[in-house]
Design a binder for this molecule. Sequence first.
Ligand code: PEP
Ligand code: CO
Length: 460
Amino acid sequence: MEKSTHDWSPSTWRTRDAAQDVTWPDEAHLARVESDLALKPPLVFAGEARRLLDHLELVAHGKSFLLQAGDCAESFDEGSADSIRDKLKVILQMAVALTYAAGVPVIKVGRIAGQFAKPRSDEYEERDGQRLLAFRGHIVNGEEFEVSARRPDPERLLAAYHQSVATLNLLRAFTTGGFAALSRVHAWNQEFVANSLEGKRYEVVADEIERALQFMKACGIDLHDDGALQGVDFYTSHEALILHYEQALTRRDSLTGDWYDCSAHMLWIGDRTRQLDGAHVEFLRGVSNPLGLKVGPTMGVDELLRLVDVLNPENRAGRLTLIARMGDQLVEEKLPPLVESLRAAGREVVWACDPMHGNTFVASGGQKTRRFDDVLSETSKFFELLSSMGTWPGGLHVELTGDNVTECLGGGSRLNEGDLELNYTSICDPRLNATQSLDMAFHVAEFLQRYSAGNGARSL
Ligand code: PEP
Ligand code: CO
């Protein structure tokens, strides 16, 4: 298939309908902000996005695993160094558990440094007879239930850019400046996790890694000096929802002449904005970053095939990650026909599992929550279904935080509904806390082990 972007430019999306469109009260103000943003330095470079694409090609070929994780919605009030460090710690811990137990390299992609925009089921929110615009993420408005907070404010696009710059700067420092060196594997276990069952299990793995490093050193090979073990590759991603922001940060790569959305390494299209003739698909088909596409239970087989062809016309492995978010109840019915039709049509995609977004419900206390058991059960079914079809279950996409929050039920921290009010800080969906995340990682490592053992055809 030919690359068909001759009829594309960073602004062609404006001729299409954009689902979840925000009505900005002052369009001239928005235009001024877009011009300001267009002059700002890019957050990421085209070469980095290409490197991630190469990594994802390995995932598509069953040789690596994608771990995509972070906040549902980042907050302007929560960009502290500690909170960023703790999120990174959990992701690194999960990656260690996965790599060590399953022997599969893990590609780490954060929902971070730009994950500020939220699609909503309802445009309005009503409380005690008062109806206000829904909260759409800090890049658009504020979560307080007040008329002024809910008014979309274009200055927030600039604030989102600046917070992303600061977050990414710190992430780059943490991942290359020694903090993420494998020799520090013990230091990533946080205090409140360390005493849990999962924390202790992690300590055992960390001990073994440390011993292996010492053994190699005794043999005359000091892996502490090895560049590859001194830092990690860590990439950023977010849902490309506010296209005014994404367009303003899109740049032409001087090396290849291709367009890249330089707001993040990887961008994804949400389940509510994936219309074939819609603005989001139009915009993302033209940028060369690796893309994600959320695949919910209403996706049809023909619809998915057409979306895959529009978003990845050259059928390049690594370009497109399909993130299934069916829900534990529906995954067995909805997922297999989609996987099978793409396999039969020879489409090169990565299949990842988002076991969060199809398993949300409202607890008796009014908080949005998820049961760890549902999340785990959908993940387990995802692995089983894909492996039975000879397709590599290539990734896990989860909402988590490094803080000791009480937002999801059960799991390592055995939270019940009464605990939800103890420390519920998410401004959008409920996240796994660090203990629950680690618990999840050990389970997924077991699924991966089982699959790679049972599948002789695929060498890992
Ligand atoms: C999300 O990832 O936070 C989200 C809104 O997902 P989805 O588009 O799958 O509902
Ligand atoms: Co979410």
